[in-house]
Write a protein that binds this ligand. Structure first.
Ligand code: PEP
Ligand code: MN
Length: 336
């Protein structure tokens, strides 16, 4: 249940409704909106009796929440959430391009790619320092050294950096260096990691599990919001299907569904969806056409020598081409 307050409701009236909810043993979560405050009721088992709130000063409306997720739902918060990272706004009025290598391999590699993607049109840099690899014999990332290189990239280019956290134990470390903390597909339902992410000060980029339904994905985001971190960016990165012409299948229909169901911003990772460079630009443009708020793309200046995911990494000039085309598609839509 959501208690919608009048536009003119005073703080005293809001506090009174909160007290009224808590007196009944529930948790009240005031959600400030553009025009008015709404108060969500959490931890109710079964439906809440709306008659408790009828006629209470300052209350405009009572809306039953029909979804299993609450804080992330549009029913709770109709306006889009905009996640600000330095000067970059995700979920706002412009398309956000995030680019960089799959993994940070060296300072020279990271800085070379960062200069290219900045020139090409990226607003943020990506690169893994802790890599979740299918094989224990594959390159696992540079760890803290990789995080230090990310700081150098930020210092030199001014681009905020996004990097993945793989486990609870290294969360503090990653949080210290990153501007945005990524939770990868394999960890989407790592609930202790999600709770820790909910206590972080930094925004979280939450990738969709490779076999997760949209409900499961939004429930994972709910863990983060429920712990107190409102800054979650969702990322569709393809799901596992029977096909073998691509690494995963980009679930393009997830974008309009997610935009309808939640106020959180959604971006697309066409690189891990495709697994093959040739598909990255077409999938990116399709994602922008269905109104994704941004893209996160793997780029490498020498993909043949990349220590991971070279086959899906764009060359710098392809990234530049992508930025130009994506902006054109983005400008065809004005709904934002
Ligand atoms: C990544 O972005 O580096 C990554 C490993 O992605 P995913 O979790 O989507 O596979
Ligand atoms: Mn990768």
């Amino acid at each position: 249940m959501l208690v919608v307050m009048n536009k003119t409701a005073t703080q005293e009236e809001i506090d009174n409704v909160v007290a009224c909810i808590e007196k009944r043993g529930y948790t009240a979560r005031p959600i400030p909106g553009g025009e008015r405050v709404s108060i969500g009721i959490l931890y109710n088992k079964g439906s809440v009796d709306a008659s408790f709130f009828r006629g209470v000063q300052g209350v405009k409306d009572l809306i039953p929440v029909t979804r299993p997720y609450k804080l992330v739902s549009r029913e709770f918060k109709p306006e889009n959430t905009v996640v600000n990272v330095g000067d970059v706004s995700i979920g706002g009025k412009s398309l956000v391009m995030i680019a960089g290598p799959c993994a940070i391999e060296s300072e020279t590699q990271a800085l070379t790619i960062a200069r290219h993607v900045k020139k090409g049109g990226a607003q943020m840099f990506r690169g893994g320092a802790f890599k979740p690899r299918t094989s224990p014999y594959s390159f696992q990332g540079l760890g803290e050294e990789g995080l230090r290189i990310l700081v150098k990239v930020r210092e030199e280019t001014g681009l905020p950096v996004v990097t993945e956290v793989m486990d609870y134990e290294t969360f503090d470390l990653v949080e210290k260096y990153a501007d945005v903390i990524q939770i990868g597909t394999r960890n989407m339902q790592n609930f202790s990691l999600l709770r820790r992410a909910g206590q972080a000060e930094k925004p979280i980029l939450l990738k969709r599990g490779m076999a997760a339904t949209i409900d499961e994905w939004l429930m994972a985001a709910e863990y983060i919001l429920e712990e107190g971190n409102p800054n979650v960016i969702l990322c569709e990165r393809g799901v596992r299907t029977f096909v073998n012409h691509s690494r995963n299948t980009l679930d393009i229909s997830a974008i309009p569904v997610v935009r309808k169901e939640t106020h959180l911003p959604i971006i697309v990772d066409p690189s891990h969806a495709a697994g093959i460079r040739d598909q990255v630009i077409p999938l990116s443009l399709a994602s922008v056409a269905v109104e994704a708020h941004g893209l996160i793309v793997e780029v490498h200046h020498a993909p043949d020598e990349a220590l991971s995911d070279g086959a899906q990494s764009l060359y710098p000039d392809q990234f530049e081409e992508l930025c130009r085309k994506a902006e054109t598609v983005f400008n065809m839509f004005d709904s934002k």
